[in-house]
Design a protein around this ligand. Structure first.
Ligand code: ATP
Length: 324
């Protein structure tokens, strides 16, 4: 069996009384596009910063390619590129100067630097902008430059913390196309995102909630875990119904989708049966229902907004990976 590239055992980080990352154990295989998902403040950035050797774990261990993420942090650094949420580009330097600077900082030999700069400029569609000051680039091009800087030393592992936040769909697509290309060339990608269409593009995802790892698996397996629990109701008025259903016992999420009310229910059949006897909302008109195929939005809602917390005792954590 091939050794995983990243292995975490009980990895934890405490800031005073706050436990940002709470005993996370998991692994990431070589070549995966691994999506690290969770609500704001769930602990994603803290975990990535520990992986990158930028902050010391308060408990547990982690390794990248067999090297300890803290004790061997200076050796590990040459193996990965890191695009943080707020990348510190040098705004007064040009695109080219930034790349040369980061090339030097990452220890790219002078004899190779020129070729590497040209390669990442071409990959990131930045060739026509090489003389522009980084501070004057649009958000999308700044992000592409940040990726170029992180890739200058040809890392085989790339950490990206919300690389597409705030970008338009065209730039988001561009960045994902690039991630696919790197993945095809053998680079392992570890990415955080709040966009569930992006989570769908990952080969594996993990959810964290309040520092805890609560599920890990392929998007398909995570969606299948909710199969038979998502109902789409035609109810009028739909918006009033959404707020009413959110208060209903056994309903973990209620949202509007194309005018219908999509609910995530622990026991939908019991709920439907109970409505045959008694529809409990006299001010709402029930017009019908259908079963919905769960998507990653449903999965995110299920795992980050309560379902897991209410079931913590019997789901610790959900390991939904197929054994192949
Ligand atoms: P987001 O999606 O909003 O970026 P996140 O999942 O990346 O969130 P973290 O930034 O890792 O979450 O934060 C996890 C928790 O740890 C939060 O409650 C945050 O306030 C806290 N935290 C992070 N860094 C520090 C710090 N240096 N000192 C104190 N608390 C911190």
């Amino acid at each position: 069996m091939v050794e995983p590239l990243i292995v975490l055992k009980d990895l934890s980080k405490r800031f005073g009384r706050k436990i940002a990352t709470n005993r996370i154990s998991m692994s990431v295989r070589r070549g995966e596009i691994f999506g690290f998902l969770g609500a704001n403040g769930a602990g994603k950035t803290t975990t990535i910063r520990m992986l990158c050797g930028l902050t010391k774990p308060t408990r547990g261990t982690g390794s990248i390619a067999g090297l300890d993420i803290w004790k061997d942090r200076f050796r590990v650094r040459s193996k990965f590129g890191y695009v943080p949420q707020k990348f510190s580009l040098y705004g007064d330097l040009t695109v080219l100067e930034n790349l040369r600077f980061f090339g030097g900082a990452y220890g790219v030999p002078r004899s190779k630097l020129r070729d590497r700069v040209h390669k990442v400029l071409a990959d990131m569609d930045l060739e026509l902008r090489e003389s522009e000051r980084a501070g004057r680039l649009s958000g999308g091009y700044k992000q592409l430059l940040a990726m170029a800087c992180a890739l200058i030393h040809e890392p085989t592992l790339l950490f990206l913390d919300e690389p597409t936040a705030g970008l338009d769909p065209k730039h988001r697509q561009r960045i994902w196309d690039l991630l696919y290309e790197f993945s095809q060339q053998g680079t392992t990608i570890f990415v955080t995102t709040h966009y569930m269409d992006e989570a769908e593009r990952c080969t594996a995802v993990a959810f964290i909630d309040q520092g805890h790892l609560i599920a890990r698996g392929s998007p398909r397996d995570l969606k299948e875990s909710l199969s038979g629990h998502i109902l789409e109701l035609q109810v009028e008025p739909a918006m009033t119904a959404m707020f009413e259903f959110r208060k209903l016992e056994g309903v973990y999420g209620a949202d509007l989708r194309s005018g219908n009310l999509r609910i995530h229910v622990e026991d939908p059949n019991a709920l439907l049966r109970s409505w045959q006897d008694h529809w409990p909302f006299p001010h709402l008109k029930f017009l019908g229902y259908s079963w919905a195929e769960p998507d990653m939005e449903d999965v995110f809602q299920a795992y980050s907004e309560g379902y897991y917390r209410q079931h913590r005792s019997r789901k610790e954590p959900a390991e939904l990976e197929r054994t192949s």
